[in-house]
Ligand binder design. Structure first.
Ligand SMILES: [Zn+2]
Length: 747
């Protein structure tokens, strides 16, 4: 009998099931997880080779890989560019580690349900560094931490590999070390095989027999309320539209300018997150990240001055620094190009430029003038720190920039728009120039990573596009754990004094501990059911023992939440990557143009006007993948999508509508699909689908800002639902696609 759990508790399964750890050698291209980890270490794109680094830096790279935050491009982590093949693989690796359960014999206080191997390693690390308060560890501390993390990793992977090869034994110690080749490979890439290193940092994991992890131990110094911080961007879509001037009627430039701006805007927001992630990971540790995605990042740190540190990162995000901006080279090149032939103009005082070269090289002061603190703040959408705006709102309106200045109906600008002026970066403000150049660069980068597809036919353009958004994400993430009773029970039961092998004298004692534990569990459950939180109760509690139990429970809940967020990210992006990098008709057929916040814009290239349903098919596939990835979630995963094809133009001298107009229609259709989706939920009395959990008040509120489609009846669902459910009337939780007909449809 095998009483050991194989997988960790699945935070997305409402019935408290275990994850199924699977290493997909074919998909990842690596036989063994450690082989891939070794490759990540070897291919680290910035800084010195891993083996050349100081002890702490090597250890951090190892922890980053476990966390799913290795560097995959210059200054970029998988979530900064999630459709990159290396990102997909790195997230798969971490997902695998997150699916592995920590064996009970390694834990001092068994029955901890919330942890996985990934979360346990991250917690050990973050705790030792006191969530960023401790800048560095002394050598002994670091060695023992490193040893603990490696031992846990190696042991669990061995057990997994043995199981896969049908060696169904938990005690791996005396077994043939089937994995040891890969352990060596990994250690060799982390520490090298030099004698001094080998003796100091390598070890035989068999020698660590008595090793026990203290995972239940709660750090009393951490006040989860006070030490949790959140950065959130507001109105992302409006902001992107405003900067890429989607709404402008009298747009002066030739039309492909606008997609560069659109892509650039979205990428620049992702880059801000790249910089924030860099800071959080290196300063506060990877294990402090609780939620990452959808335009926000939530993390735990004991550092005292987080607000001003965050401000500094944001304000300096474009400036050259050791922590590279993902497009640092493009920033430098664009500014040089911008200054060409303009030195001594009012914005270009010669002392800020090095004029020995042609074009002149900007000095630090020039960078500050164009993209320093003030400019950066003006540029970004509203940024909230712990729910409060970090900066006062500022309107963008750069003098002399034809994109920033408000549109006017003057004859001059209308005639300009007809002419379709060629775009020159010197005609706009520097941030618009940068946005354009970064948009171009991103398209180059994106097409360079595509692996699948045949050669590109000669006559292709942007054929169709889809705007999509997941449904009920707020309630899926926000619903308190007390709503899924089976999961709550598993989390609460982490003290289970065993009676096995206890002598009769101690029987009584054990029994009273057991009763006491059950009593505490009951109380905590009641609190969670009543208030959705135990934070306030912890502060008020005087019984030290009970207080400790509550803290431990709170930590379990927090781990659970972080795992939920991480697992969502890796599964969602893996699904998106699969539908984007598909065995397509030609190379780079589908591009992800906007992937900022929760929204996604996919654009298909093809022969314009051709009857082609690729995007619709890919949406169907996405719907399918989500159901496979999240089989037992409390609310089924679904999305709403607006799908449009390029249609003929009603403007004389122009064959096809402009791309931004096609995108705009898709956006509108997505919104309408969402209204229908919510209406269906409303008419089926599924308030849970249209509610949001407010973490501040602890209450559940009905969502605002959508229109009830009163003429709609549940019976005509299939009209707007995904084709896969056309056979019958779909349930309230199915995806919906609102697809435009090919030509001449009414709006
Ligand atoms: Zn501008």
């Amino acid at each position: 009998m095998d009483a050991q759990p194989r997988g960790s508790l699945d935070p997305w399964c409402k019935d408290g099931r275990e994850c199924k750890p699977e290493w997909d050698a074919e998909k990842t291209g690596h036989q063994h997880p450690l082989e891939f980890m070794a490759e990540l270490l070897q291919q680290w794109p910035t800084g010195a080779p891993t083996v050349d680094l100081e002890d702490e830096e090597r250890h951090l790279r190892f922890i980053q890989i476990v966390a799913g935050y290795p560097e995959i491009g210059r200054g970029m982590y998988p979530l900064d560019w999630p459709t990159h093949p290396m990102s997909v693989k790195a997230l798969q690796l971490s997902l695998f580690l997150d699916s592995l359960a920590v064996p009970e014999e390694l834990i001092q206080n068994p029955s901890i349900k919330a942890h996985s191997v990934r979360s346990a390693i991250l917690a050990l690390d973050a705790r030792k560094y006191e969530y960023g308060k401790k800048g560095e560890l002394d050598e002994n501390q670091l060695r023992s931490l490193h040893r603990e993390c490696l031992t846990l990793l190696f042991k669990v992977i061995r057990v997994h590999v043995n199981r896969e090869s049908n060696i169904d034994e938990i005690d791996d110690e005396n077994r043939e070390k089937s994995a040891s080749h890969y352990e060596h490979l990994f250690l060799n890439n982390l520490h090298s095989s030099q004698k001094k290193r080998r003796e100091g940092w390598w070890f035989d994991s068999n020698s660590e027999k008595k090793f026990k992890l203290d995972l239940a131990k709660s750090d009393e110094q951490v006040n989860r309320e006070q030490h949790t911080h959140q950065i959130k961007l507001g109105s992302i879509q409006n902001w992107i539209q405003e900067w890429s001037t989607e709404n402008s009627k009298n747009y002066p430039f030739e039309e492909n300018t606008r997609h560069n701006l659109l892509i650039g805007a979205s990428v620049m927001l992702e880059c801000l997150f790249a910089k924030l992630r860099q800071h959080i990971i290196t300063e506060y540790r990877p294990g402090c990240i609780l939620i990452d995605g959808g335009g926000r990042i939530e993390f735990l740190t004991k550092n005292s001055d987080v607000e001003s540190e965050m401000k500094r990162v944001i304000e300096d995000s474009f400036l050259i620094s050791e922590n590279r901006h993902p497009f640092q080279d493009i920033i430098v090149r664009t500014l040089r190009e911008y200054g060409r032939g303009r030195i001594n103009e009012p914005q270009f005082p010669s002392e800020e430029w090095n004029t020995d070269t042609n074009p002149p090289k900007p000095r630090k002061a020039a960078f500050k003038r164009f993209i320093g603190e003030k400019r950066a703040i003006e540029f970004f959408p509203p940024i909230k720190y712990n729910g409060v705006d970090l900066y006062q709102e500022m309107g963008k309106n750069q003098f002399g920039c034809s994109l920033c200045s408000r549109e006017d109906d003057s004859q001059e600008s209308i005639s300009k728009s007809v002419k379709s002026v060629q775009f020159k970066i010197q005609d706009v403000c520097f941030l618009h120039a940068l946005m354009f150049r970064i948009g171009e660069a991103q398209q180059r980068r994106d097409s360079s990573i595509r692996r699948k597809g045949k050669s590109i036919p000669e006559v292709v353009g942007n054929h169709s596009c889809v705007f999509l958004d997941l449904n009920a994400l707020g309630s899926m993430f926000g619903t308190p754990v007390s709503k899924t009773r089976k999961i709550m029970e598993k989390i609460l039961h982490f003290h289970h004094p065993s009676k096995v092998g206890v002598s009769t004298e101690h029987w009584q004692e054990i029994e009273s501990i057991r009763e006491n534990t059950i009593e505490m569990q009951k109380k905590v459950r009641q609190m969670l059911e009543e208030n959705n939180s135990i934070s306030q109760s912890i502060l008020d509690e005087e019984d030290e023992k009970f207080k400790l139990y509550m803290r431990e429970t709170q930590e379990q809940l927090s781990i659970f939440k972080a795992r939920k967020s991480f697992r969502f990210n890796s599964k969602w992006w893996s699904s998106i990557s699969q539908i984007v990098d598909t065995d397509s008709k030609h190379f780079g057929e589908i591009g992800a143009w906007v992937a900022a916040g929760d929204d996604l814009l996919l654009v298909r290239r093809g022969v314009i006007g051709e009857d082609d349903e690729t995007l619709q098919q890919q949406l169907k596939e996405l719907d399918n993948l989500l159901k496979i990835e999240f089989p037992n979630s409390a609310i089924k995963f679904s999305f709403c999508a607006g799908l449009t094809k390029r249609r003929s133009s009603n403007v004389e001298g122009q064959n096809w509508e402009k791309i931004p107009d096609m995108i705009q229609r898709a956006r509108k259709k997505e919104k309408q699909a969402k209204n229908y989706w919510k209406t269906r939920a409303d008419k089926s009395d599924r308030d849970d689908l249209i509610s949001e959990y407010d973490s501040i008040s602890g209450s559940i509120k009905r969502k605002k800002g959508w229109t009830l489609m009163s003429e709609w009846v549940p019976g005509n669902g299939p009209v707007y639902s995904i084709p896969s459910v056309r056979e019958g009337v779909p349930t309230e939780e199915e995806s919906m696609i609102y697809s435009s007909t090919f030509r001449g449809e009414e709006e």
